[in-house]
Design a binder for this molecule. Structure first.
Ligand code: ADE
Ligand code: ZN
Length: 335
């Protein structure tokens, strides 16, 4: 099963680029940019990763970003992730990034965009991994700030496929950003929002995502299982759920394999993803392999999970079908 998963063509739909910053690259960039790190070695930095809920993770995640200063830093970050993903047979990735976490430190929006985009172009050409970009707004920041960043993105509209909402969900409901997301939809961008596991008012937030924002996907959304009506809505509207097992484990001490089984049983379009792989020490393969072990998923169920990611990817039908055929071909050759 491990080798079946490792060699399988895959798609990743929930990965934060800033969450792919490996300690070694962090140290190299810190030295180049004259940024002081709180730890002496990459190993010591990893040893200090201690996450037990979303805020405890976010504090370390934002501190880690200080080493990203120049355009080439964003290039290196993105190219390194795409290289790693391609080595795991991830053929397609949709990448989140958090521009407000950089502009708030004095890094220009253009620096971030150009560095990331150039790496995407080069990785597609050199490595054969296709990727698209999703601009996230930080939900503890104001709706005005989100709107200003959407305006900054207008000249780069065609470098983006969608917008998302991430960071601290507590007291920051989807509805706070209704206007920004309506404007993004007008621009022809796809919409997704985080509904992190076990957040306060999670069912209200999930319902707002569907009814008020009209999202195309939900990131995480595991708690939807607590409401049959929500599950039916998600299924009827074919809303993809980007679940991140290893990330969830830091909060609920389980890879949520029972919940993923339930979603599969209900024919919900659940997908498996890595979230912040450099911090959680698990890329897509490790997430799938650990999940399979915990939940004893069979081959068919793993193929459904991976196939769902291609099905709910923001791609045209022909490209999507091409990937699905590649997956089917792999499975038929393997079995
Ligand atoms: N930003 C980066 N990772 C995140 C997560 N898992 N939830 C919310 N915001 C994030
Ligand atoms: Zn996330």
């Amino acid at each position: 099963m491990q080798s079946f998963i490792e060699k399988m063509p895959k798609a990743e739909l929930h990965v934060h680029l800033e969450g792919t910053l490996e300690p070694e690259l962090s140290f190299a960039l810190a030295a180049k940019n004259g940024v002081e790190l709180a730890y002496k070695t990459p190993e010591a930095l990893v040893a200090a990763y201690d996450f037990y809920d979303l805020p405890s993770f976010l504090a370390i995640y934002y501190a880690g970003m200080n080493v990203l200063v120049e355009e080439d830093d964003f290039y290196q970050l993105t190219y390194a992730y795409l290289t790693k993903a391609r080595s795991q047979e991830t053929l397609y990735a949709e990448l989140f990034f958090d521009p407000q976490a950089h502009t708030s430190r004095g890094v220009s929006f253009d620096t971030v965009m150009i560095g990331i985009h150039q790496a995407q172009v080069d990785a597609e050409k050199n490595l054969g991994i296709k990727s698209q970009l999703i601009m996230c707004f930080l939900r503890e920041m104001s709706a005005e700030s989100a709107m200003q960043h959407l305006a900054l993105a207008k000249p780069y509209r065609h470098w983006l496929v969608g917008v998302g909402l991430d960071s601290d969900e507590r007291n920051n409901p989807p509805i706070k950003f209704a206007e920004v997301f309506a404007e993004a939809k007008e621009m022809g961008l796809k919409l997704t929002m985080h509904c992190d596991v076990n957040q306060q008012n999670t069912l209200v937030h999930i319902k707002q995502c569907i009814d008020d924002i009209q999202v195309d996907r939900i990131d995480h959304g595991v708690n939807s299982l607590e409401s049959e009506a929500l599950c039916d809505l998600i299924k009827d509207k074919k809303i993809g759920l980007t679940v991140c097992p290893v990330s969830n484990q830091f909060v609920v001490q389980s890879l949520t394999s029972d919940e993923i089984h339930q979603m599969l049983k209900k024919d919900m379009l659940v997908t498996i993803n890595s979230d912040d792989p450099a911090y959680f020490r698990a890329y897509l393969n490790e997430n799938l392999i650990e999940l399979q072990k915990e939940g004893k998923f069979n081959q068919k169920q793993i193929v459904t999970l991976v196939g769902n990611a291609f099905k709910v990817a923001w791609l045209d039908n022909a490209t999507q079908n091409g990937y699905l055929q590649q997956l089917q071909h792999y499975v038929s050759q393997y079995t």
